[in-house]
Design a protein around this ligand. Structure first.
Ligand code: ATP
Ligand code: MG
Length: 298
């Protein structure tokens, strides 16, 4: 069942038509001018946790994640193309939006995992496998896998969990050739990004990519890439399998929600607003991840 979502109406942007709002991003079609027909993808400061969009926003989150994504697209340019056309965007969304190619999206969340945690860990504990891939016995939360694996998921409706599926399900959804291409690109991107992050003291435990097809048939990266919303980044010097890892994302929010706040995750009720200190610490964590990875000051 879809959880209650709480997505505020996307503010109108002149010269565009609003198409879609997800938990974090708002998508518009550009109606005229040089970029007519392109998409404007706007990252808001919204934060989601446990499939709820929280009432509280994290200042600058949209800009931090947009800049991080752009930085990664550059790092990966030798491996795979991407949908970015321009960062020249309307003033109201400056810094947190990109003009991008409108693609025919593959209906697959392309996930690569080099370490075991989250839904992968749950599947492993139930079956010894993740997405049909058998794994050795004795792995723990945070264990490094013998080698990185492709663990696709199907995109859920808004408010539902994505569902892990096996490679055969991807073949059924997109055909043999596209499935093979998506798997290959996903693992190449993970391999490269893992190395880049590792040099900066960060473990890229897993990441979720979305690909789309251009009218000419080429497959390129879309959406956001290698942000704390789509990936798990762990400080390498604190990594210790057998427990939940410290991480550069909304862990602070999750910990507060399931701990101190007194909110009951199973109640079906919306989570309470975040205290200022939790907002500040979360923002600082996102900035820290951005600065560590890119070497730039936010
Ligand atoms: P959520 O992430 O909250 O589960 P969502 O994925 O629907 O929901 P967002 O991630 O906030 O929403 O919005 C981005 C949407 O835009 C996604 O549906 C994504 O597949 C789509 N998208 C991203 N890039 C492109 C593109 N170049 N062309 C077409 N659609 C795209
Ligand atoms: Mg999304």
């Amino acid at each position: 069942m879809a959880a209650e979502l709480n997505i505020p109406a996307a503010p109108p942007i002149e010269g565009t038509t609003h198409l879609h709002s997800g938990k974090v991003r708002d998508l518009y079609r550009i109606d005229s001018g040089q970029h007519e027909g392109r998409l404007l993808m706007v990252a808001s400061d919204r934060i989601s946790a446990y499939d709820f969009v929280l009432d509280t926003t994290i200042p600058d989150k949209g800009e931090i994640l947009t800049r991080m994504s752009l930085w990664w697209f550059d790092q990966l340019a030798g491996l795979v193309g991407n949908h970015v056309v321009s960062t020249d965007v309307p003033a109201s969304v400056a810094g947190r939006a990109v003009v991008c190619e409108r693609l025919d999206m593959f209906p697959v969340e392309c996930v690569a995992r080099g370490y075991l945690t989250g839904s992968g860990l749950l599947d492993y504990q139930r079956s010894g496998e993740v997405c049909g891939i058998p794994l050795p016995a004795g792995l723990q939360d945070g264990s490094r896998l013998p080698e990185p694996i492709f663990t696709p998921a199907t995109k859920a409706e808004l408010g539902d969990h994505d569902e892990n599926v096996d490679y055969e399900a991807v073949v059924e959804a997109v055909g043999d050739d596209a499935a093979a291409e998506l798997r290959m690109l996903t693992m190449e991107v993970y391999g490269k990004a893992h190395l880049v992050a590792r040099e900066r003291g960060i473990i890229l435990a897993d990441t979720k990519l979305e690909f789309g097809r251009r009218p000419d048939g080429t497959t390129i990266l879309a959406d956001e890439v290698l942000t704390p919303d789509s990936s798990r980044f762990w400080p390498a010097d604190e990594w210790q399998p057998g427990r939940a890892q410290a991480s550069y994302d909304k862990q602070i929010v999750r910990d507060w929600l399931t701990g101190e706040s007194g909110w009951d995750r199973t109640s079906g009720e919306a989570p309470p607003p975040l205290p200022e200190a939790v907002v500040d610490r979360t923002r600082a964590r996102y900035v820290e991840a951005y600065e560590l990875l890119t070497g730039e000051t936010f």
